[in-house]
Design a protein around this ligand. Structure first.
Ligand code: G1P
Length: 289
């Protein structure tokens, strides 16, 4: 079954980007001329998803403004002959649906995802953390296929040096990596100390979860850092059902901090057909001494 909905948790305060996030949600920071959240949405659409559920906060109304039609702006663009721009604005949410739900109390990622339950309904769904951006939809599409063929949940993972594992969720594999990058998983641990990590495969911010995850999310108790951790809900699933990880073979950008965001902007700018050539020649001419 093709996953239809993707949950994008976007209620965070963006403290690592203060003072910019005092006024502008980081999900709306531009990558070229697109807000960061649209890059994540485009990845979802490319994987066949057509319903985006944004978990926002009432203190970030600009996120809603991005999705709301603005007839006055459209009319003014058309009057000036800027038809292409008007068409691009009209395309926001035209062939796909967006639902906005609210997380009024930040209690952790598990809690944020749980806020989307009613909007998604009783079916498999994706979770996409907007602090990470992928260069292509192919990873999410492959995860969707693995979920459909195994009937179990799937997380995206990446192998990293041991000194990085304690900042992430880590999988405990129950078998070898297959040729197409799939690993069976028997357990998952949130931010383990290095010497307790069951592997070097960290969970990156993409998940395709079966509907029974909702029950586990609802039953979550505070875990690492006193927060309701999504990883703990998945560990309950892995203990009783097939569970797999897919090793990402797409470009991944950590956009959760200013340097990562800047480098992602540059790399995506270089890949952009309209900006790439000029940006490349600008970078080439920079005096790096
Ligand atoms: C969250 C998850 C963690 C995952 C990470 C990926 O952590 O809890 O399991 O590895 O995202 O970015 P956070 O970055 O919110 O602390």
């Amino acid at each position: 079954m093709q996953v239809r909905s993707a949950v994008i948790p976007a209620a965070g305060l963006g403290t690592r980007f203060l003072p910019a996030t005092k006024a502008v949600p980081k999900e709306l920071f531009p990558i070229g001329d697109q807000p960061a959240i649209q890059v994540v949405i485009d990845e979802a659409l490319g994987a066949g998803i057509d319903h985006i559920v944004v978990v926002s906060s009432r203190s970030k109304p600009a996120i809603e403004d991005y999705f709301a039609p603005n007839e006055a702006l459209l009319a003014s663009l058309e009057e000036k002959g800027k038809i292409d721009t008007a068409d691009r604005l009209r395309a926001i949410g035209r062939d796909w649906r967006v639902s906005i739900v609210y997380q009024d109390n930040p209690k952790g990622l598990g809690h944020a995802v749980g806020c989307a339950r009613e909007a998604v309904g009783d079916e498999p769904f994706a979770v996409m953390l907007p602090d990470e951006m992928m260069s292509s939809s192919s990873l999410l599409a492959q995860m969707n296929g693995v979920c459909a063929s195994t009937g179990g949940s799937v997380v995206a993972v990446l192998e990293v040096p041991a000194d990085q594992v304690s900042s992430y969720g880590v999988i405990d594999p129950s078998g070898p990596l297959s040729e197409d990058g799939v690993i069976p998983v028997k357990d998952l641990v949130e931010k383990p100390p290095v010497d307790e990590a069951p592997s070097n495969f960290i969970i990156t911010g993409r998940y395709v979860l079966t509907a029974d995850a909702w029950t586990e999310i609802d039953a979550l108790q505070p875990g690492r850092g006193g927060e309701l951790q999504l990883t703990d809900a998945l560990r309950a699933q892995a203990a009783r059902s097939p569970f797999h990880a897919v090793v990402g073979d797409v470009g991944r950008y950590d956009t959760g901090n200013p340097l990562g965001f800047l480098t992602a902007s540059i790399e995506m700018g270089l890949a952009n057909p309209e900006l790439g050539a000029d940006l490349r020649s600008f970078l080439r001419d920079l005096d790096m001494s």
